[in-house]
Design a protein around this ligand. Structure first.
Ligand code: NAD
Length: 328
C-alpha cells in the first residue's frame, strides 16, 4: 500500500524502514499534515501521522475523495483526528496504544528531579569553573504527596516509580484502577488532589472534558510552591493561567514536555530564528520552568515499538484482518 508519512524526522525513517522491510510503499514528508498541506497526500491510500498533524474533518473529506482508505497514527493520543468524520466516511483510524509507558513515566520523573535538584544548572556552573552551591538547594521527594491525574498505562508506571521514592500517591481518574488501589494509591476527587498534592503529574488524555483542566480555578486551590508536570498534552493546561500562577508563586515549579501551541515549534531547529510565540518566550524566562520538546516518548525501545505496530496495523488492514488497534 502507498502511504504518505507526515511529520517525519530522520529517526522516523530509520525505524520505519527497519520495521517495514519493503512491505508497504512509504513516502516520507517533513511537513505536518493540515488544511494547507493535505494535497501532498493526493492519491495515497494511507496516511501515517503524528501528534502535531491536524487531521480535521475537512482534510479527511478531501483525501477520501482522492482515494484515502486508512489513517495510521504513530502515537497513542488521537485528539488531533476528527474521528466522527473518519467513521462517517468508513475510514479506519489505527494507533499505537502502548509503545513504552515506561519511557513517558520516566521522563516525567526526570523533569521532577531536574527541577528539584537543578542538575541542568549545576552542569553549566561546573563547566564554567563555578563550584558554588548557592541557589541549588532542593527538597527531599521522600515523604511528599504526589497527585496523579489519569492512572492508565503511563500513570500507573509513574505511580509505582513515585511509590519507590517513598511518597504518598493520591490520584484522580474517571475510572479508578483496582490494581492501583491494592498497590497503595488513594483515589480522591480533583479538588482534594489540587489542594493536597505537592507534586502534580498529568497522565490523562486531552478531550473536551479535560481541556484546560488545569485552569485559574485549579491553580487557586493549590498550595504555594506546587510542582506541576505535564507530559500528556499541552491543552490540559491553560498556559496563561499557569504563567499567572508562576508569577504569584502558587506554582513553584513547572515541567512541561508538551505545550498548547507546540506544533509551530517542536521537532524543529529554530535556533537561528526569531520566536514569535510570546507565551513560550515568557515561560522560558522563568528560572523554575523546564521545557522539553515532546521527547518523553523518545527512547530506542519506544521508536522500535511505534514503527513495528504501525507497519502491522497497515498490514492487518491490507489483509482485511480485524484491527485490534482501531480507535473508536
Ligand atoms: P491510557 O488510555 O492508558 O490512560 C489514560 C487514563 O486517563 C485512563 O485511566 C482514563 O480512565 C483516564 N481518563 C480519561 N478521561 C479522564 C478524565 N476526564 N479525568 C481523569 N482521568 C481520565 O493512556 P496512556 O497510554 O497512559 O497515555 C496518557 C496520555 O499520555 C495520552 O493520552 C497522551 O496524551 C500522553 N502521551 C504523551 C507522550 C509524550 O511523548 N509526551 C507519549 C505518549 C502518550
Amino acid at each position: 500500500m502507498k502511504v504518505a508519512v507526515f511529520s517525519t524526522q530522520s529517526y522516523d525513517r530509520v525505524y520505519l524502514d527497519a520495521a517495514n522491510q519493503g512491505q508497504h510503499e512509504f513516502h516520507y514528508f517533513e511537513p505536518h499534515l493540515n488544511e494547507e498541506t493535505w494535497a501532498i497526500a493526493k492519491g495515497y491510500e494511507g496516511i501515517c501521522v503524528f501528534v502535531n498533524d491536524r487531521v480535521t474533518g475537512d482534510v479527511i473529506e478531501k483525501l477520501h475523495a482522492e482515494g484515502l482508505r486508512i489513517i495510521a497514527l504513530r502515537c497513542a493520543g488521537f485528539n488531533n483526528v476528527d474521528l466522527s468524520k473518519a467513521k462517517e466516511l468508513g475510514i479506519p483510524v489505527v494507533r499505537v496504544p502502548a509503545y513504552s509507558p515506561h519511557a513517558v513515566a520516566e521522563h516525567a520523573v526526570a523533569l521532577i528531579l531536574t527541577l528539584n535538584r537543578k542538575t541542568h544548572k549545576a552542569y553549566n556552573r561546573v563547566r564554567e569553573g563555578n563550584f558554588a552551591l548557592n541557589r541549588l538547594e532542593g527538597f527531599d521527594i521522600y515523604g511528599k504527596t504526589v497527585g496523579v491525574i489519569g492512572t492508565g498505562k503511563i500513570g500507573q508506571v509513574f505511580c509505582r516509580i513515585m511509590k519507590g521514592f517513598g511518597t504518598k500517591v493520591i490520584a484522580y481518574d474517571k475510572y479508578p484502577s483496582e490494581e492501583m488501589k491494592v498497590e497503595g494509591v488513594t483515589y480522591v476527587d480533583l479538588s482534594t488532589l489540587f489542594q493536597t498534592a505537592e507534586i502534580i503529574s498529568l497522565h490523562c488524555p486531552l478531550n473536551e472534558e479535560t481541556y484546560h483542566l488545569l485552569n485559574a480555578e485549579a491553580f487557586d486551590m493549590m498550595q504555594m510552591g506546587t510542582m506541576l508536570i505535564n507530559t500528556s498534552r499541552g491543552g490540559l493546561v491553560d498556559t496563561h493561567a499557569a504563567i499567572q500562577a508562576l508569577k504569584h508563586k502558587k506554582l513553584g515549579y513547572l515541567g512541561i514536555d508538551v505545550y498548547e501551541q507546540e506544533e509551530k515549534l517542536f521537532f524543529k531547529d529554530l535556533s537561528e530564528t526569531i520566536i514569535n510565540d510570546d507565551t513560550i518566550a515568557r515561560l522560558m524566562s522563568f528560572p523554575n520552568v523546564l521545557i522539553t520538546a515532546h521527547q518523553a516518548f523518545f527512547t530506542q525501545h519506544a521508536l522500535r515499538q511505534i514503527a513495528e505496530t504501525t507497519v502491522n496495523n497497515l498490514a492487518d488492514f491490507e489483509s482485511e484482518k480485524l484491527l485490534p488497534n482501531a480507535v473508536g
